[in-house]
Design a protein around this ligand. Structure first.
Ligand SMILES: [Zn+2]
Length: 288
């Protein structure tokens, strides 16, 4: 026979909620209000993070940001979304562990977008610009035929309207579910950017975390200015594949924005808070 008998298994301390039901209710109320920073491992209040442009107030780690938020951050109110309404036709009727069609409809429902890209035209300070922003939460921001066509349309729009083009890259690379059709987008976008260059209209690419694969290997590195956010992962193949191929240990900070800047791959690493001012100054300079 035991000396002490607990009346219930559900132990609650003196300062705690009066009942387990209360504790459950508290958990529900606070769930999703906090987030752990990937940079400093500290717990941040989500409202603080949102107020600081999704940058950790403690260590300045730049969290990912949605395409529409990006556009709102840069353009003055009154901008217009354009070139929407394109959807992938699933040309290969591709299925891996899930059907590509299912992945598409799930992503469309979750993001409210047709694909991993949003185009907008509007004013960036005194400059009329075309912005094409990628949405990482849509199948990893992967580049299929719709992303390719939408960026190509943004480039055409920029060329015909003589407005600078700004692309905000956030992507895992080409969309394997579209096979060779996704790889062809690299050539297609590069061609329209070549035409933009011939017409002497500026193109600026902003590389955000992450920008990898076929996106890095094509339009993300073709800007008149290639700038990145601090700490962004930028590369072509993953570090493990590279280590196995060259049989060497990779240096510290490999494939991060600061490392690429040091090696001459980027023109600047610009914190999110300073991005708009930086772009306005760059366009002032290009116009002059
Ligand atoms: Zn942090």
């Amino acid at each position: 026979m035991s000396w002490f008998k607990r009346e219930s298994d559900k132990y609650v301390s003196g300062n705690g909620p009066a009942s387990v039901a209360d504790a459950d209710e508290k958990r529900v109320l606070t769930e999703g209000l906090w987030v752990k920073c990937l940079g400093c491992r500290q717990i941040i209040w989500k409202a603080d993070l949102a107020a600081n442009l999704n940058v950790c107030p403690k260590c300045q780690h730049h969290f990912k940001m949605g395409a529409r938020q990006r556009i709102e951050l840069l353009l003055e109110p009154g901008f217009e979304y354009v070139d929407g309404g394109l959807r992938s036709t699933d040309p290969l009727e591709f299925t891996d562990i899930k059907a590509y069609k299912t992945r598409l409809s799930t992503a469309q429902k979750a993001t409210g977008l047709d694909d991993a890209i949003v185009n907008a035209i509007g004013q960036l300070g005194p400059h009329a610009v075309v912005i094409s922003a990628m949405e990482y939460s849509f199948i990893g921001g992967s580049m299929g035929a719709v992303v390719g066509e939408t960026i190509a349309r943004a480039a055409d729009r920029a060329r015909l309207g003589r407005m600078p083009l700004i692309v905000i890259a956030a992507s895992g690379g080409a969309r394997m579910m579209e096979g060779v059709a996704s790889l062809m987008q690299m050539a297609k976008i590069s061609t329209t950017l070549g035409q933009l260059d011939d017409a002497k209209v500026p193109y600026i690419c902003i590389l955000t975390d992450p920008t990898t694969g076929g996106v890095t290997a094509s339009f993300a590195m073709l800007g008149d200015l290639n700038i990145a956010e601090p700490g962004a992962l930028i590369g072509f193949a993953g570090p493990r594949v590279i280590e196995q191929t060259i049989r060497q240990k990779l240096p510290e900070g490999f494939q991060r924005a600061e490392f690429l800047m040091e090696k001459g791959f980027l023109d600047a690493v610009v914190p999110r808070r300073e991005l708009k001012g930086y772009l306005i100054r760059a366009l002032d300079f290009m116009k002059a």
